[in-house]
Ligand binder design. Sequence first.
Ligand SMILES: [Zn+2]
Length: 591
Amino acid sequence: MQGARYELRASVDPRGKTLRSEGVLRYRNRSPDTLRVIGLNLAQNLFRAGAPHNENVPVTGGLVMDAFCVARLRGAAPERLCAAAGAPEVTPDLRVNYTVAWLNLAAPLLPGDSVDIQARWHFAIPSSEAPRQGTDGGVSLLAYWYPQFSVYDDVAGWDSDPYLATGEFHQDHADYDVRISVPAGYLVAATGTLQNAADVLTPTAHARLQRAAHSSVAVPIVNDSLRSAGAATVAPGTPAGMEWHFRADSVRDFAFYISREVTWDAMAAVVPRVAGAAGQDTVLINAFYRPRERAWRNAAEMGRQGIEHFSRVLWRYPWPQLTLVEGVVAGGMEYPMLTAVSVGNDARELLTTIGHEVGHMWFPMQVSSDERRFAWMDEGMASWMERSLLRQVDGRDGDAESLPDLYRTVLATRVEQSMLTHADHYASSLRYTAASYDKLVVVLRAFSAEYGDATLVQALRAYGAAWSGRHPYPPDFTRMVFDAAGPEREAFVQEWVRGTGHFDARIDGVARMGDTLMVTIRSSGGAHLSVPVAVTRVDGRVERSVIPAFRFREHAVQLLRVGDATSVRSIVLDPDGARPDVNVTNQRWTP
Ligand SMILES: [Zn+2]
C-alpha cells in the first residue's frame, strides 16, 4: 500500500453551511514503479452540476479549489512549484474530471520518494439528502471534504473509477493531523484521538470524559444539564478553545460531525491486552445523539458490545476510540473510528445497525478491500458480523429460516446477479443489496455447515492477519477463507461466489422394492453441499449418513437405499437445519 500524510485545517460555518479548508498532502511512493501522474479523489464533486450519478443527489457546486500546487518534488523545475513568480494559484497540471482528478507531475516520482502538495478549498455543505454526509440543520456530518489520493496497486494500477453514489470507496491507509474550527458551543466528533480536550472542554466536562475512559457504564459528558458554550465547551472569545485537534494513524479516511444540540455519552470497552503490555486495554466508546432519540441512551453500550464481541471472535480492535453519531445518513455509514447511524427509535434496529457499522471497523477499515468493485468483501462481512453480534446478545440473528430477506427475494424473482459485479453495474438496487450484503452471509453459512464454525473463524482470522492494512482481491479472500475445502475449494467458489446457484436438497420420491426403500435425493439449485440424511425407525433409533457434495456435482440425483422398509418412521435431509436450504418443505418423507 502507498503512503500518505494529511495535515489539514478546516473551519465550518454551520449557519452559512460552508466548509473552508487548507492543508499539506504528502504522498509517498512505496511501489517499485516510477510514477508520472498522481490520482486524486474529489468525491464532493458528485454534487457538481452535470456530474454523472446513479442515485438522486443534491447540487451544491462541489469542491471549489482555491489553491493547489506542488510544494516539494525532487527534480521538478522551480517554476512549476508553489510560489513561483506569476504562477497561477491552481496549477494547470491538475486535471479535474468531476470526482476523479489527475496531477501531472513536473518530475517523475521515483520509488521511495514523496511529493508534497499545498491546497486550499471550500464547498457548500450538502443537505442530508446527499448520500453518506450533509447537514439536517441540527447535526452535520462532514465527509469526503478534502482531496484524497487515489489507490495505486500492483493489480489494477491507478483506481480511476468515478464516485457515482451507489458504489462506495477504495482508499489507502494514511496518517492524519486535523484541526477543526467551529463556533463556540459546538461539539466535534471525529476519526482519531482528540488531542486537546482540556482546551476545548470546560473542566467539568473534561473530568467526566476522563472518568468515562475507565467506566463500565455510560457517563454523560454533555447532557441537558451541561450543554452550550461556557458550560460544556469553553466560553466564546477563547480562540484556542474553538479549534478541535485530532490525530489518527493508519486509517483509510477522516470524517467528522458537529452539533450544539447533542448529548455526548462515553464509556470504556475492554479488549484483549497487547502482548507485553500491563493491565487491561480499553477502547473509549463515544455516542453523540439528540435527546429525542431515546433508543440512543443505550448506543454507547451497544458500541461496547460490538467492539468487545468482534475483538474476541476475530481480533483486537486496533484504535483507541470508537464514536457513534446520530442522524444525517439513511441507515448507517462507516468511517474509521466513526460511524453515523439513523434508524429511528427502535432499540433492536439500532443494535443491528450499530453491529453492522462496528463490523466495518474490521472490514474494510482494516482489511482494506475495494468497496466499489467488490462491495461484498466489506458489506458481506459486516452483515455476517452483525448477525454474530445479535446471536451473542439475544440468540436471534433476524433471519427467517436462516436466509436473509433480500436473498430470498432475488431468488423468488430470479434476478440474482453475481456478487463479483461492480457495485455501480447492478441492474437494480435490490440486486446490488442482495449480492453485496446478503449473499456472503449465505455463503459463509454454507461453508460453516460443511467445515464447521471454528474452521471458518480460524480462516477469517488468518485472512485478517494477512490482509489488514493491505488491499485484498477476491481470490485472496477465497483461497484463505475457504482453504479447508481443499480440492473442492474451486468448485465451491465457482458455485457459491462467482455463480448464482442456490442450495436446495430435496426428496424427489421414495419407492419400495421388496424390503428396501429407494430414496431419490436431488440437489437442484446448482450450488452443492453435502447432504446429511437421518433415518428414524419406529423404535426411535436414528441412523445418520452423509452424501458428499462431489457426488451431486457428478449427478444431481442420488439414490439412497434404506433397508427394513416397514420400520422406517421418517427420512429427513439436513436434520439440523444447518444448511442455507432455500426450501425446507421438501426434505422430509414419512410413510
Ligand atoms: Zn455496510
